[in-house]
Design a protein around this ligand. Structure first.
Ligand code: ZN
Length: 135
């Protein structure tokens, strides 16, 4: 398999590594949305959140908290986005599970948002019923 994130996570390609342990590497993104934009990469290949084991997903979130806390102090950010895309429709471009840590400042112009739509209470009930069937 020729996966760029496998190579980055496992040190086959040099990276600006902020953190590393047995299961993860955190690197600076080469096309950052903001100063300090980083990626949490598991060293093992999982395409997306559907494939990642629960324990690894939990560790990724805990690592997200650890990194965001340290980066907020180091970079004096006012907040951060923790972004995790699954599937091309959701903007995933590299099909190796990853989480973006995007430090934010009050005056930055980065847009990690969406337009809000109106929804009827009937439609909300339909969606709720449909999703609950699979839980
Ligand atoms: Zn991979």
């Amino acid at each position: 398999m020729d996966c760029i994130f496998c190579k980055l996570a496992n040190g086959e390609i040099p990276t600006a590594t902020l953190y590393e342990d047995d299961e993860f590497r955190v690197i600076l993104d080469q096309g950052p949305a903001t100063k300090g934009h980083a990626l949490i990469l598991p060293k093992q290949h999982f395409a997306n959140i559907y494939e990642i084991p629960d324990e690894t997903a939990a560790k990724a979130m805990i690592l997200g908290k650890k990194m965001a806390t340290a980066m907020t102090k180091a970079l004096h950010s006012d907040g951060f986005n923790l972004v995790q895309n699954n599937g091309e429709a959701a903007g995933q471009t590299v099909f190796h599970f990853h989480m973006h840590i995007i430090p934010r400042h009050n005056d930055d112009t980065v847009n990690v948002g969406w337009e809000k739509h109106k929804v009827s209470s009937e439609r909300i009930k339909d969606i709720t019923d449909e999703v609950r069937k699979y839980l």
